[in-house]
Design a protein around this ligand. Sequence first.
Ligand code: ZN
Length: 553
Amino acid sequence: MPTNFIFRFEKANLFIPFQMPNKRQRQAAVNRQTTPEDARRSSVIARMEKIKDQLQIPEYVEQNQPRVWLEESYDLGDLVFAVLDIPWKAFYEKAQSLLEQYKDYEMTIRTDLLTQIDWRHYQPPQPEKESHEPSFKKWFPLNLFTRPIKKPSAQEPPAATEGTSNRTPRTIAQGLAAPEQTAYCQVAQLYDDVKHSLTDYPAMATLLAHYCTNAASDYYLQAIKTLDMTRLTDLDRSIMEQNGFLRVLHHEIYWCNALVQCSECVERYMKSFPTPDFLMKSYAGMDDRELCAASVAILKMMAEQLRLLADFQPELASLVQYTLVEADLHPDKSADQRYGDALLVRHSGVAAGQKLYEQLRLRMLGRLSLPQEKASSRRHPDIASRSYFVADNLPAVAMAEFVQLCSQHETARKCQHCGMLFLSKNTGAKCCNRKSPNGGLRTCREVRKEERASEREVPPPVDVLNKVNKRMNGRLSRSLGMTTERRASILKIWRKEVKPLVQEASDHPETFDEEAFDAQLCEIFDRVRQEEAAAERRRQKEAAKKRGRKRKA
Ligand SMILES: [Zn+2]
């Protein structure tokens, strides 16, 4: 596995450095930027490159610093929950079935030509007179799609490309027109499906992208390095020239170069899916064999990550349940104690997790320091010297994050909306921030909040009652000689009288007519008001009579 995952943690964040593309990739990126993010990134990279060029760079930093110079931060927990929530097994099975379907497209590169073959005593195949075959001079500068005709592997054992010759040739345009049969379309589609399922897990999406859209081209680039002819002595080269092995070696390097370009092409297509890559468009009339071969290489590497994640899922779920979730249910015991327990107690999932933890090929990348740089001139003052972890598989990164969560006493609880686990951060939060369970538009927390609001919402008849009440209260307060007590008492009588009506109207929302109900309430109010006024007048008369009797007496 050529690709390593590099990362580090801080209190609440996981930091993933993004790799500096090499010069060729940078130029290609400038030529076609697919997203605003790409544009932003390449401008940052250009700036960082300028700074780098001004520095005296020791070899070590030269090799490593470009990979760790710039980094992006993600919420801690992203990887752990991505491992738990995503249907990795289904994705892996899909990848497996595609691999089975396209296995004939594979082109094997003999990276061991110089080490395993006895090339000093190479015997060329018998009739070696096909002069129409392009010589290697014609292939450079490399024109991707004018290739030497590869002979059946039986005649040319070192360059094995079984299975590529017995297919009917197809152009890229034809391949794109029938995506359900085309390897690169299917691979890009699968990657797009995985990416889509990871919208709530940006850290996992980024790591997977670093892997799936880099690994194959990286592999072929490494293969070219191992086939490097320039390291041969002049004597060796003349032996090769005489016995014809040079041609074999040239062919292999040629195919390697073609596969580097094709895998980069498919990797770009995966990012821009469903839009075809620019190279696909400009070579649309050409044979698509190498594109298919590169797709199979990419698919193989992607399938391996998917398999590891599918295997790890139940183990990690069990571990998380035993530690982070338990700690949330029993706050008296801290999460790291739970973690200690989990590693001690015999528990099938925990045991598996422990085994995995022991097997983790996590390495610590030594602290990287920026060389001879004044703090004042540093563009990124916070990146002076840092330690990073390195792992060659995604479960290892997720496991490292899990251990980090435990050591930070984090706890996890079930979202009451979607049922998936989330970090509770010791708050009263009942729902998570995932959007995918709700159609990708709102988080569980937002949905729950809205539901609460609508639960609290008053039924329309009560709303009308309150409105009328407010209006009548205003009217009463403006009438002469009205005391606060009398006003309250009138409203009280009225509310008591209309209460059954409001209840009935609320029970039958289908026949509710706001305007009519409003009028009805007002009518009752007027009656109550008149009755009260009559009663008041009677009271005053009584009082007057009493006073009269008192005076007479
Ligand atoms: Zn949720």
